[in-house]
Design a protein around this ligand. Structure first.
Ligand code: MN
Length: 742
């Protein structure tokens, strides 16, 4: 329990306030001012009687959020004041936005208002409500990006203190963080915050994995340090000889990114070769930084051989989120590949703190409007999606997510202009990027002078030319070709326009038919006929009329019915029934909040991640009846948790499970005689598991084998892995995290 000691708390509050001041000072060299102090006092008074879930005084939270805003994002006075006040209006009815405006001015009032309006998605059950709140958040983003930056600081502090939340909520909050906030931080270039959010999310989603990887990182730290020392020694010497002033940073990669790598490559921790990158940060004036970075590159490649195709030049063409750096991967004397990142102090600052750091380096009078072009393009894109009338759907979320995650490809126009698009974009996306009309009338596209299909994916360096004709219009299937929100939005609009014209024609046809039966074509009659035919709206009815005539007998039958004056409720020929999705109340359990014991209901295991008893799992119910069990770290589960929190329950395995489950192993090593039969013998005879499939690839002396078999739980699989590793010729064995569709 938390003991309340008011004197101690008072001292702690003062201590935290001073820490905030220090964070701000060290950053901008500014002194405390009256306005910030006033905001601190107002927040303290407003939250005076409130406490956090931990039992601590509530004011700790706004103080910490303000400290992150000042120290870790690098924002100034307006943002600090807004952060201190961010929960005041929402939590205390005695305080209003008007009061904040009178005391702190329009800007602060605007930001606090924006922050008050954004509700966290996990607090809502309805996914549409969640989308609405994200929409609001992004709307403010296009007005004042500080709203989002403070929101990210707020989320970061809540993630840091997630321990105090009930377990059932922790996973949803963590999933939402992974789904939305960390991509957002990435998009705004806040790498440090993004990594911490991801690590914290993993810690709550997959505590076991998080612990294991962190532990292994600690265990290997000394070894890594001595390796790095030896590796950088010659580089340091060369740079010192040239009189270059520099810093070297060799932090290990985040737990989450290591975990991702293990998943994608299906390898154990020991095989992740790039656990760290060597960052060389040079002190050099802006006008010389590019040249100096390339100079360092030369020094490095004089000492070590670079890996071909691994040169990444984000200096000549920075990423859309502002990231600039020069990356190369070189071979160390011990035969290990090492990634080296070269950047100036300015670039480093931007890489770490992103968007906010741009302001610091921009000698511009108007600090509220950053002109960073990549970000501006992205904001323009977001604004366009937000304006779309269809934005209220879940597709909207996918569109936004796509622009959040995208890495870019760079292609050339015929006139030699460089355009950037999200990777995965097609030539059709390109056409729409150049101009909406060009997209709408596109009949073909040439890539590097060759005609290609419209769904061809772009590659960096392509030269793309669009051929258009006024007589050509978008087609339904184009929606499958285009992936950028801009193109998809324009195609939908054009199709809608087409449909409108076609519906008008259909309506005209219907009027004619009604007239031949001497039946009035009133609005009321049209609605009734549309319902009778089972259409969602008269527009659909008209469209159907346009496409193909509705058989006369249906029309006649309807008219007869209407004229018979017996207006009994009838069901038409094609009435589709909408099925209500029942909402199942969760059954509370003491330890894990709301949890379902898997024995209690019918369930299937998801074919993407094949969970085993012993794994952390969630159950998703698409219809309120059936349940699909996923591992909590399954990408699909993370998306489901974030989008359909109300259809997710935290499940736990029953102790008395009798079933067997499909599990897969990836085994690799040096091939030898009867290797295959030895592996199979161990699994099927010694361990007595039922083998379902076996597949082996060999190249030279190496082999990679995939074996799937039925077992009871994670204990079985771990036991099997240990045993398999003892077989001669096996150098690695690991569980398959992703199953191929069978
Ligand atoms: Mn808050």
């Amino acid at each position: 329990m938390y003991d309340i000691d008011l004197q101690k708390e008072k001292r702690e509050i003062v201590k935290r306030y001073r820490a905030l001041m220090r964070a701000w000072n060290s950053n901008k060299g500014v002194q405390e001012n009256n306005l910030v102090r006033k905001a601190f006092i107002m927040a303290s008074q407003a939250h005076f009687t409130m406490r956090r879930r931990t039992g601590e005084p509530y004011i700790y939270h706004p103080l910490e959020v303000a400290r992150i805003v000042a120290g870790e994002i690098g924002l100034g006075e307006t943002a600090i004041i807004s952060a201190l006040l961010h929960d005041v209006v929402e939590d205390n009815p005695d305080y209003t936005i008007e009061m904040i405006r009178q005391n702190f001015g329009d800007k602060v009032a605007y930001i606090v208002d924006g922050l008050t309006k954004i509700k966290d998605g996990y607090e809502r059950l309805e996914s549409t409500a969640q989308v609405e709140s994200i929409k609001k958040m992004l709307l403010t983003l296009s007005d004042d990006v500080r709203v989002i930056l403070i929101k990210l600081a707020d989320r970061l502090h809540n993630m840091r203190t997630l321990d105090s939340m009930p377990a059932s909520k922790q996973q949803n909050i963590a999933a939402e963080t992974l789904y939305l906030y960390s991509p957002l931080a990435h998009r705004l270039g806040l790498y440090v915050i993004k990594s911490e959010l991801e690590d914290l999310a993993l810690k709550y989603n997959e505590p076991e994995i998080y612990r294991t990887i962190s532990l292994k990182l600690q265990e290997t730290e000394l070894e890594r340090k001595s390796f790095i020392q030896k590796f950088i020694f010659p580089i340091k010497r060369s740079m010192a000889l040239q009189g270059i002033s520099f810093d070297i940073d060799t932090r290990a990669k985040s737990v989450y990114s290591i975990y991702k790598k293990m998943q994608v490559k299906e390898i154990p921790f020991e095989e992740v070769y790039d656990l760290f990158a060597v960052r060389i940060i040079i002190d050099t004036p802006p006008e010389q930084e590019k040249l100096d970075c390339w100079r360092i590159y030369t020094l490095i490649t004089d000492n070590y051989n670079p890996k071909l195709n691994r040169l990444r030049d984000w200096i000549s063409t920075p990423k859309a989120n502002g990231y600039e750096s020069l990356h190369t991967t070189v071979m160390s004397p011990t035969g290990q590949w090492v990634e080296v990142q070269i950047r100036s102090r300015r670039m480093h600052e931007i890489a770490e703190r992103g968007y906010a750091a741009h302001w610091k380096y921009k000698q511009q009078v108007d600090k509220d409007r950053a002109q960073e072009s990549g970000l501006d393009d992205w904001l323009a894109e977001v604004r366009k999606i937000l304006k779309s009338p269809d934005a209220n759907t879940l597709n909207f979320l996918d569109d936004i997510k796509l622009t959040l995650f995208s890495d870019e490809v760079f292609v050339w126009t015929p006139k030699g202009h460089l355009k950037s698009l999200p990777s995965g974009s097609t030539v059709l996306d390109f056409a729409y990027l150049v101009h909406t009309e060009l997209g709408n009338h596109c009949i073909g596209v040439k890539v590097n002078r060759n005609l290609v299909p419209l769904d061809q994916k772009l590659r960096s360096g392509d030269q793309v030319e669009v051929i258009a004709s006024k007589k050509s219009f978008p087609k339904e299937e184009w929606l499958e070709y285009a992936i950028t929100p801009r193109a998809r939005y324009s195609i939908k609009e054009a199709l809608k326009e087409q449909r409108k014209e076609q519906a008008a024609e259909g309506r005209h046809k219907l009027e004619e038919v009604f007239a031949t039966y001497d039946f009035k074509c009133s609005k009321n009659n049209i609605i009734r006929f549309s319902e009778y035919m089972g259409f969602a709206s008269p527009a659909d009815l008209f469209y159907k009329m346009y496409q193909e005539n509705i058989p006369a007998e249906h029309i006649l039958k309807f008219i007869k019915l209407e004229n018979s004056e017996l207006h009994l409720p009838t069901k038409g020929p094609e009435v589709k029934q909408k099925r209500e999705v029942p909402y199942l109340p969760a059954k509370p359990k003491s330890k894990h909040g709301t949890t379902y014991d898997l024995d209690d209901f019918n369930y299937v295991v998801a074919s993407c991640c094949h969970p085993l008893p012993g794994d952390e799992i969630i159950a998703y119910t698409p219809d309120g009846v059936n349940r699909i069990v996923h591992r909590t770290n399954c990408p699909e589960a993370i998306e489901l948790m974030s989008r359909f929190a109300n259809r997710i329950t935290h499940a736990s395995w029953s102790n008395k499970h009798m079933n067997t489950f499909l599990a897969g192993l990836k085994i690799s090593g040096f091939d030898r005689k009867s290797m295959i039969s030895d592996i199979i013998r161990v699994i099927s005879e010694e361990m007595r598991f039922n083998v379902r499939s076996f597949h082996i690839d060999t190249s030279g002396e190496l082999y990679e084998a995939y074996i799937s078999f039925f077992i009871h739980d994670t204990v079985d699989i771990n036991r099997t892995i240990e045993r398999i590793k003892q077989i001669e010729g096996v150098s690695a064995a690991a569980r398959m995290l992703k199953f191929l569709k069978t």
